[in-house]
Ligand binder design. Structure first.
Ligand code: ACO
Length: 297
């Protein structure tokens, strides 16, 4: 119980964020989660690892600085393709879709495994009640192939290290004069909240317009799971009903870039999303980055 660690209550967390439970890795490495998600994605797509042309992994920070998570996933699933990580924080899954689309359109890859793997609870200051109650660990993966499913996509960045930051710890050096950086997650929650709501509204309106679709055509909007109140604040401006907005924050917490693929998997398994459905994805987070897209499943 987090209320035994910091001065908080279940009532505060639920009413301010929508979070009820989340998962914290205790013995598992992030690679364990990523490999399990990758194997599940390959099995559900009916693709063998030898047929992958590329593995892209979005992560704020993997188990190592190097080798990348993607290289170790490649080893563990016995693939042979080029593999790399990138960091677009919570927008990583949408950034990854955009990147994979570019490789596939350019004819440089036909089949790509996109993995989002995040161990956010490693980066938390467990004495800071404003942030330690928010995050969970998780990994999700998808297999992407050439097709016309991606109807529109946008990604953005607005460089900022004041509103949301996780510092890096470096090895001590006899030459370094820079002060040691605070390695914990720090966030100005109120300002990031405003940024999140305005970005979701702007990005989703734009991708729906570009795709030529309206809210009534969308089976479900699957937003990055940061705070239930973010999507509630955006809902009316976008013309969605509560039933059209996917919610996994109650049981996963904020798992950064893993939140969208985790939820997509759950919705597909439950039959709440089926082939042919039109969906909207929208994400925002550290960087500051944002991304949104319309996809026909
Ligand atoms: N338990 C009890 N009280 C708390 C807690 C807690 N866990 N945390 C803060 N409080 C208190 C504060 O001290 C404050 O008390 P005061 O009024 O006496 O000063 C009060 O609750 C209100 O605090 P706020 O920070 O104003 O609370 P808010 O309603 O803004 O909720 C939250 C905070 C949940 C962080 C919200 O601002 C938020 O979700 N922001 C956006 C987060 C986000 O979208 N992040 C982007 C993705 S993360 C990534 O990129 C990795």
């Amino acid at each position: 119980m987090v209320s035994e660690i910091v001065d908080t209550t279940d009532e505060w967390i639920t009413s301010r964020t929508g979070i009820k439970t989340r998962y914290v890795s205790t013995t598992e490495t992030l690679l364990d989660l990523a490999v399990e998600a990758s194997k599940k994605a390959l099995a559900s797509a009916g693709i063998e690892s030898k047929d992958l042309d590329m593995i892209i992994c979005s992560t704020i920070k993997g188990d190592y600085v190097t080798p990348s998570m993607a290289c170790l996933i490649q080893r563990d699933i016995e693939a042979k393709c080029p593999s790399f990580d990138f960091n677009a924080a919570c927008s990583g899954f949408v950034y990854g879709l955009d990147m994979a689309d570019a490789y596939i359109r350019a004819g440089k890859a036909e089949t790509i495994l996109l993995v989002s793997a995040e161990a956010m609870t490693r980066h938390i200051d467990w004495t800071d009640r404003a942030t330690c109650v928010l995050f969970g660990d998780g990994a999700g993966a998808v297999v992407l192939k050439k097709g016309d499913g991606l109807r529109s996509i946008k990604i953005t960045a607005k460089g900022d290290d004041k509103l949301l930051v996780i510092g890096s710890v470096f090895s001590p050096s006899p030459f370094a004069k820079q002060p040691q950086i605070d390695p914990a997650f720090r966030m100005n929650g109120g300002e990031v909240f405003k940024f999140a709501v305005s970005s979701v509204i702007k990005d989703v309106k734009q991708v729906m317009k570009e795709a030529g679709v309206e809210a009534k055509d969308i089976a479900m909007m699957v937003p990055h799971q940061a705070n239930l109140r973010v999507f509630q604040a955006a809902r009316d401006k976008l013309g969605f009903t509560d039933e059209q907005i996917a919610n996994g924050i109650d049981h996963y917490g904020n798992t950064s870039s893993a939140s969208i693929p985790l939820l997509l998997d759950e919705l597909m398994e439950q039959g709440r999303l089926v082939k042919g459905d039109l969906i909207v994805l929208t994400a925002f987070g550290g960087g500051l980055t944002t991304g949104a897209c319309v996809i026909k499943l």
